[in-house]
Design a protein around this ligand. Sequence first.
Ligand code: FAD
Ligand code: FES
Length: 492
Amino acid sequence: MDLPGRSECCWIACAPETAYRCLQESGNTEVAIIGAGIVGLSAAYVLARAGISVTVLEARKIGRQVTGRSTAKITSQHALIYGHLIRKFGVDLARLYADANQTAVARICQWIGDAHIACDLERKDAYAYTCKAMRRTSIEAEAAAARSLGLQAEVLRSAPLPFATAGALRFPDQAQFNPAQYLVGLAAAVKDSGGRIFEDTRVTSVKPRKRWRVTAGRHHIDTEHVVLATNLPIAGPIHFDELTQPRCHIVMAFRATPGQSIDGMFIDIDRPTHSLRMGRDAEGPLLVILGSKFKTGQDGDVARRFRQLERWVRGNVPAGDVAWRWVNEDYDSPDRVPFVGESLPKAPGLYVATGFNGWGISNGTAAGMTIADQIRGRANPWSALYDPARSAPKHFNQGGESKSLTRSVDAIPVGQGGVIKRGKEKIAVFKSVDGKRHVVSASCTHMGCIVTWNNASLTWDCPCHGSMFSYDGQVIHGPATKPLAPRKLASD
Ligand SMILES: Cc1cc2nc3c(=O)[nH]c(=O)nc-3n(C[C@H](O)[C@H](O)[C@H](O)COP(=O)(O)OP(=O)(O)OC[C@H]3O[C@@H](n4cnc5c(N)ncnc54)[C@H](O)[C@@H]3O)c2cc1C
Ligand code: FES
């Protein structure tokens, strides 16, 4: 698919490579943290600094997954949320959400200073804007709701953007950074504080024993506490795969044109969503723009979304060439509040964090702090808000069908993938440009749904619970923990 720009995230391209070794022997730890994203490393940092023995097990490389591929706005302004939270949960719980996220903004900035993390941190105002005059009342209502919870919020007649807007909500003194650099720095700080970190270590099972046993390949770790910081939990008594919905966004980074930067972080409240901020790579400033959301694995032509987004940018914002483009995924929860904390009463000592609704930089940091407090037996005010066992509609996740079924291997274009039927089985075939055919089972190893080809990132994406696999079937994103099974074509 001929799309402009490098198919990679600009933050990751600028982050130092890490080289922690993989788990090579079994052992014990007080706390095992599975996943070195913002949740896992925030919890690890707090615990390691408190002198607790922490072991972090990361399936891939640090900083290169959901956190590293976000737009990395560090803010308590989550588009329009506070009016909704007050209506749904009442003022007290809504105030806890504001407090958790505003505290997390400050804590991230503090940790960056304490640990001397070079990650392009900048203080910026956050804006939610509308281009529709009739939606200005929504902005005014949200400002009133946010102020009633103790947040600073101001209504503007328009947003400071290079195109016409009809109103904006401004939260002052929020922040933005390079999230991949931040996680690499936070991991180093965890190690300096006595924590152990293993990369290339995919956990395949978490089972209750006298304590918990965490298994990764041929080795295991026995632990008092286990934190499932895997974006969607891979184990445990609560079926978060049914309680959450995976959703993707596309993101593009354009070369900034001289003298044409925007000052602030912006998200519109209209559809389709656009979110804008400045960033930088080794060559200079970038305009980073996020496009509309879609259910993971339920769009058979993701490349089209990049073309649409570029058209929108060309019509609205001065921008140079496309430098980078990528797809990222997160999980929505039914009530727009994440599920965080100990899985009581069924699984004491097992902690989860998921359903960040695209706002897991601040919520994910607050999640790590909450879990660390729970492990240390300290009261945490946000536990009541995030309670992972709270009542939630079952089957919020509707599942989905593969969008890549095709008649025959011959019908699959070179450079692309498709799913063919062979007897009762479905086979996923990717034809690389060098003429090689990569053939794997199309059944997701999580629960068997048939994957969809993502023609922009060249991945197999599961329409049920969001697992993503490389073109040759390796796991990129869970909840799957095993690769797609290799298959052969009769003609091979
Ligand atoms: C396009 C997009 C833009 C976003 N922008 C923002 C934003 O501007 N501001 C904001 O607040 N939020 C934003 N978010 C949301 C935010 O990025 C996420 O909610 C947050 O980063 C999730 O953090 P995490 O630690 O759960 O996940 P991750 O960062 O993915 O960390 C989970 C880690 O667990 C590892 N793992 C998974 N399975 C296993 C296993 N079996 N064994 C070992 N390790 C495993 C993974 O490899 C990964 O490193 C955005 C989301 C998207 C999709
Ligand atoms: S992620 Fe659950 S079936 Fe694929």
